[in-house]
Write a protein that binds this ligand. Structure first.
Ligand SMILES: *Cc1c(COP(=O)(O)O)cnc(C)c1O
Length: 457
């Protein structure tokens, strides 16, 4: 299959198979399903061993190439990954053979930068080739909007419009979006995140607006999933002992399960993962499903301090179910059960409540000098639970993902540890920059008028 283009199919199975380019620019399949490659490409153990001598962008190229052969020439893909991944991926030793991978060094200090930056560059690449244009419309409760806005900032052929609920976003999160300018526009709504989401959905369904070429950049886009396989390969390559039979445990703090699906795809590509610790906050529908085999979404979702993981029905679950031989539609209805025994063999799913999350921020710092924010704390606490529960040996390599920088949550850190986390370079100078953003009411008509006025053909 080396030179054959991969095809991408909907998890609902009722849409035609498409190329990567089409799947990327469309986002969601017409039947409401999620695109997945019709075959998962693989590496040999020897090829994976070779990754130990490679830098991040070289591994990103090796992984990306497997999915994009025939779609993008090697040289162009190389330029894209070098440009997207120009920041560090620190691997911090905590104790024994346990590490924290810090995915928080990108421009918005969240792991979403990994996916958004590559997706933005890929979209621009295809649009340039076809003389196409897109208007990316995104609703955000905080992190997604800033990662998307930053990733698309300054790109030609793409305009970005982010809607956010004025009262539900922290000042720092807002400034990460509103101080950019150029092709990025930001609008505050006097409402809730759900109101923003509703306007975006209505605009997508409005044929009067077809001429705008609206596209979404949310977490179901296949262009965000593929970049999320790369750091699993990278961290293992960096930390493995060199024994070809060595296996690794990853702990993944999970909300919409895009990050976890990236890891599962990496495993399917040949990465020797012994176990994924799937750590959720109090939105525990997945740990319950793993236990009982019965899936029930949580409506409404529960509000926890790890706010980016407050998801009661993870949008990537149909992909996970498909990877284990089953079928689930976008509403969470399972028509064909996945292999639950295999799911239980591969994953240890655990729910960590807010008081455990806070206690772990304190303990990790006091015992190991490890500074975590709420999302990373859920992951780390999940890993500690697994190690205890299954009596994991001291030699076992374990890597827990830290998905945001502690400086994004200064109030929480101050409350628990009584100091202010140091700002990463990417957040320096934000306070002084000028903010520009508009305001709209929550009704659709005003929003539609605004779109028509602001964006012409
Ligand atoms: C989005 C997000 C997550 C959850 O990732 P999913 O891919 O949605 O599971 C975890 N931590 C942070 C900081 C995030 O922004």
């Amino acid at each position: 299959m080396e030179n054959r283009k991969l095809l991408f199919r909907s998890t609902n199975g009722n849409s035609p198979a498409v190329s990567f380019e089409q799947a990327l620019l469309k986002g969601l399949a017409p039947d409401g399903g999620l695109y997945m490659p019709d075959e998962i490409p693989g590496f040999t153990p020897e090829e994976i061993l070779e990754f130990s001598n490679m830098e991040y962008h070289e591994i990103a190229l090796a992984v990306g190439r497997k999915f994009l052969t025939g779609e993008i020439p090697e040289e162009d893909l190389k330029r894209i990954v070098m440009d997207a991944y120009d920041y560090q991926v620190p691997l911090e030793k905590v104790y024994d053979n346990q590490f924290v991978m810090r995915l928080d060094q990108g421009p918005t200090a969240s792991f979403k930068d990994f996916a958004a930056r590559m997706m933005g560059r890929l979209m621009q690449y295809f649009l340039n080739r076809n003389n196409g244009k897109l208007l990316i419309l995104t609703a955000t409760s905080g992190d997604t909007g800033s990662a998307i806005a930053n990733a698309f900032y300054g790109l030609d052929n793409v305009e970005v419009l982010v809607l956010f609920p004025e009262k539900e976003v922290t000042a720092r999160q807002r400034k990460q979006m509103t101080t950019l300018g150029k092709n990025v526009s930001i609008v505050a709504l006097d409402g809730k995140f759900d109101d923003c989401q509703a306007l975006v959905k209505q605009a997508f369904g409005d044929s009067d607006l077809d001429y705008l070429n609206l596209s979404s950049a949310n977490s179901i886009n296949i262009g965000r999933l593929i970049p999320q396989t790369m750091y699993y390969f990278y961290s293992f390559a960096q930390l493995r002992s060199g024994d070809i039979d060595e296996q690794v445990v990853f702990s993944v703090p999970s909300g919409n399960f895009g990050d976890l699906c990236g890891g599962l795809i990496a495993k399917n590509m040949g990465l020797p993962v012994k176990k994924f610790v799937v750590a959720t906050n109090e939105n525990d529908e997945y740990p319950k499903f793993v236990k009982s085999g019965f899936y029930e979404k949580l409506v409404p979702s529960r509000n926890c301090i790890s706010s980016a993981m407050n998801v009661g029905h993870p949008s990537n679950i149909p992909r996970l179910v498909q990877l284990y031989g089953g079928n689930m539609d976008e509403n969470g209805t399972i028509s064909n059960a996945p292999d639950m025994d295999l799911i239980r063999k591969d994953m240890y799913a655990v729910s960590i409540n807010d008081s455990e999350t806070e206690a772990m921020i304190s303990d990790a710092y006091k015992e190991h000098g490890l500074l975590l924010e709420p999302h990373g704390s859920v992951g780390w606490a999940g890993l500690q639970r697994y190690i205890k529960d299954e009596d994991v040996s001291k030699e076992q390599l374990c890597i827990s993902l830290e998905t945001a920088h502690p400086a994004k949550f200064p109030e929480k850190i101050r409350e628990i540890l009584s100091f202010d986390p140091e700002l990463p370079p990417s957040l320096h100078g934000l306070e002084e920059k000028e903010e520009v953003y508009g305001h709209l009411p929550t009704g659709y008509q005003a929003f539609k008028e605004f779109l028509k006025k602001s964006y012409s053909k």
